[in-house]
Ligand binder design. Structure first.
Ligand code: HEC
Ligand code: HEC
Length: 302
């Protein structure tokens, strides 16, 4: 009996030993991914200064979701604070106290936005550049103009920091992309952006961000990697169980503008209509045209 217990003890001990080794390896892998240096040459764009382009830059900053994560005054905010991941904080992008406005060159800004890479070459946490890699030179130029035009805000804010668990979780939770830079083909030129217009192509250009929640085929379903209490994302194709064809273009635009669907309020912390409401009528029509052109899928067929 004693012998069996001793063997069990040794077995258990080695199991814990193995587990500690495995966690240490995962932690090290996380560190290596975070400290990896990317050498990405950037293509410069022209940066306008006229009022119309600045206003356009602001609107793009809003409907692409930048404002929701970076703050209305670009002052930076705590984007995520979770012991299992750590603290992810958007930097102060102005030239005020604690701001990076004077530090970041135009090249640094482009590298951050299109490639998800920090000025020292390391990857940014959770900055969704996979969506912005496709930005047209014109849209990018307007956004840069807007960022650079913002008045200084004093906000001394700590840099992002993963928790010890975060370094491990990032290697285990495959459905959460901690470092979007890892998913971007940095050495390839992105396809040319489509001309603005009420077309499915331009709608696709504007709908990059919807896929995060509505799925790569836009058919909705439970959102992987998000908290359990989140509602499922509805089907945005015209397939089985979709409400999209019934709304029609006008109904769709109303939902995206007001966040209200026949009296039901949609919570903007789940569905960020407060960003998308800044799209013009033609842009929302393009999005609708694109969604209606997608292969119909049944709900949740991600
Ligand atoms: C989902 C939230 C989110 C959205 C949307 C987003 N960002 Fe970020 N962004 C972040 C986070 C988080 C960081 C900081 C990451 C870190 O500290 O590692 C960041 C960092 C940056 C940086 C700083 C780079 C540096 O060197 O410090 C710039 C510039 C930036 N974002 C611009 C933009 C622009 C422009 C847009 C819209 C086109 C945008 N972001 C959209 C979350 C977001
Ligand atoms: C961060 C996640 C997220 C993103 C990004 C997102 N959605 Fe949603 N969306 C949701 C969730 C979750 C719901 C369901 C909300 C609810 O039921 O209260 C929803 C609901 C909707 C609805 C209302 C459907 C209904 O039946 O009432 C429409 C329309 C919609 N989304 C379109 C879009 C479009 C178009 C985009 C991109 C331009 C987009 N969403 C981006 C999460 C998201």
């Amino acid at each position: 009996m004693k012998k069996i217990l001793r063997w069990l003890g040794i077995g258990f001990g080695s199991l814990i030993g193995l587990l500690i080794v495995a966690l240490a390896v995962l932690y090290g892998m996380g560190q290596a991914r975070l400290n990896k240096k990317y050498d990405v040459p950037v293509t410069m764009v022209s940066i306008p200064t006229d009022a119309e382009s600045l206003a356009e830059g602001k609107r793009i900053f809003q409907y692409r979701g930048c404002e929701a994560c970076h703050g209305e005054d670009l002052q930076g905010l705590v984007y995520l604070d979770n012991p299992a991941i750590g603290q992810v904080i958007t930097p102060n992008l102005t030239s005020g106290k604690g701001g990076k406005g004077n530090q970041l060159t135009d090249e640094d800004l482009i590298r951050a936005i299109k490639h998800g890479i920090r000025e020292d070459g390391t990857p940014l946490l959770f900055m969704p550049s996979t969506e912005f890699y496709f930005l047209s030179d014109k849209d990018l130029g307007n956004v840069l103009a807007y960022i650079k035009s913002m008045p200084p805000v004093d906000n001394e804010i700590a840099p992002s920091k993963l928790s010890t668990a975060g370094f491990i979780v990032m290697n285990v939770a495959k459905t959460i992309s901690f470092l979007p830079a890892e998913l971007i083909p940095h050495d390839q030129t992105p396809p040319p952006a489509p001309e603005p217009g009420v077309t499915a192509e331009y709608g696709a250009y504007l709908s990059q961000s919807c896929m995060v929640c509505h799925g790569p085929t836009y058919s909705g379903g439970k959102i992987t990697g998000f908290p359990d209490e989140w509602p499922a994302a509805p089907n945005l194709t015209s397939g089985l169980g979709s409400r999209l064809p019934g709304w029609g273009e006008d109904g769709f635009i109303t939902i995206m503008r007001t966040g209200e669907n026949h009296g039901r309020k949609i919570n903007p912390s789940y569905m960020p209509w407060t960003s998308y409401r800044h799209m013009s009528d033609d842009e929302l029509k393009a999005v609708y045209t694109y969604l209606m052109s997608l292969p119909p899928k049944a709900f949740g067929n991600r």
